[in-house]
Design a binder for this molecule. Structure first.
Ligand SMILES: *Cc1c(COP(=O)(O)O)cnc(C)c1O
Length: 372
């Protein structure tokens, strides 16, 4: 898809804020801790390659992606640190990982057997693997110590390098830590079953890095949403790191008109002016990932909050201006303007979703503009 450059609408990505957030997390961890920057889904919509380069400058030890193609994109862009695929990779694609020094997550004994068989016939470099342990997320991974023991016997074959083991928490962002503690107990049971620990032992996502730092029995944090300056819990728990939002969305007005009381706006004519008012059109819509569900929300013009009027269209939307303003007036749809802020979490609340989904919904058509 094209990234439209010849229009005044963009997602602005502040790489200095990204580095600041990484440094905040680093400073809050014990000395010697490592951070893997989670840059899956095009770095949560921020652009994987520029984000990875900035995170590398901030001193992260490596990267996590969701799938092999995402890892390859970064390898091709010259990122040469640890690159872990968090999802599962079918055995027949795994040689690509071995050949590109990409580490894979493994969650079953059969997978290890099948890959070892395939590698024997193909003289591949050893494949780096991280064993996923299911302590209660219920998504992927070994489910008990007996299964893990079988896997440990297999990863010591020459086809593999046993690089890591990890788990993932389902409720680390919740105020109630009952389930978290249950998972933590199982994680410790797994750790006790492994005599020879691999170099990377990791259990912390952003939420663990923010609210359960004292429980981190591991040497590595997988930093995702907090690196992008968002609170993993939305509003349930207060920020425990000084985070700065990385992404904002801006656009300039393309059309301004005076509307008379009784006239309507946009598809379905769902909005009808009660008074005379000034209305501006913005060149951004739901095909850019500014969700149609944002109808009824607001935007910022200088220090004023302005209502979105009527339905959001595919490529355009309308807002009420406080007064007549020239075409080309700057509008902030997400981010800060003159002391006012609309955060990704504010947008998420309006759309009944989470800040993660707001960010990853921004489509490639909206140009990413990098700052700092
Ligand atoms: C996506 C993901 C993360 C990052 O989660 P955040 O909540 O954004 O920190 C960490 N670990 C795994 C296994 C993931 O899938």
């Amino acid at each position: 898809m094209i990234s439209a450059q010849l229009r005044d609408a963009a997602m602005v990505v502040d790489l200095k804020a990204l580095k600041h957030n990484i440094k905040q997390q680093q400073a809050a961890l014990p000395a010697g801790s490592r951070i893997l920057a989670v840059v899956k889904a095009d770095a949560y919509g921020h652009g994987a390659v520029p984000v990875a380069h900035a995170a590398k400058e901030a001193g992260v030890d490596g990267f996590c992606v969701a799938m092999l193609d995402e890892g390859l994109e970064l390898r091709n862009a010259g990122i040469d640190q640890l690159m872990l695929v968090l999802g599962l990779t079918p055995v027949h694609y795994a040689p690509v990982a071995a050949l590109n020094d990409i580490s894979l997550t493994v969650g079953s004994v059969n997978w290890l057997k099948e890959y070892a068989e395939l590698a024997k016939n193909e003289s591949l470099p050893p494949l780096k693997v991280h064993l996923a342990l299911d302590t209660g997320m219920g998504r992927i991974g070994f489910r008990d110590a007996a299964e893990l023991k079988q896997a440990l016997a297999l990863v010591n074959q020459p086809a593999f390098v046993f690089e890591g083991m990890f788990t993932h928490f389902a409720t680390a962002d919740a105020a109630d830590d009952t389930y978290f503690k249950r998972q933590l107990g199982r994680w410790h049971d797994f750790l006790d079953a492994v005599d020879q620990k691999p170099p990377y032992v990791h259990m912390a996502n952003s939420a663990v890095g923010m609210w359960h730092r004292k429980t981190i029995a591991a040497n590595t944090v997988r930093m995702g949403i907090s690196m992008y300056g968002c609170n993993p819990s939305g509003r349930e728990l207060p920020d425990s790191l000084d985070l700065q939002p990385v992404a904002s969305i801006v656009a300039k007005t393309t059309f301004v008109k005076h509307l008379q009381a009784g006239e309507s706006i946009s598809y379905g004519a769902t909005y009808t002016a009660q008074n005379d008012e000034w209305v501006a059109t913005l060149p951004i819509g739901y095909a850019d990932g500014y969700l149609r569900r944002m109808q009824g929300f607001k935007v910022l013009v200088a220090d004023q909050e302005c209502d979105i009027l009527g339905r959001i269209c595919m490529d355009q939307m309308m807002i009420r201006l406080p007064e007549s303003m020239p075409i080309g007036t700057e509008v902030v749809l997400m981010g800060s303007s003159k002391g006012k802020t609309l955060s990704a979490t504010d947008l998420a609340d309006h759309a009944h979703t989470i800040n993660y989904e707001i960010l990853t919904s921004i489509t490639p058509r909206l140009m990413r503009r990098y700052k700092n």
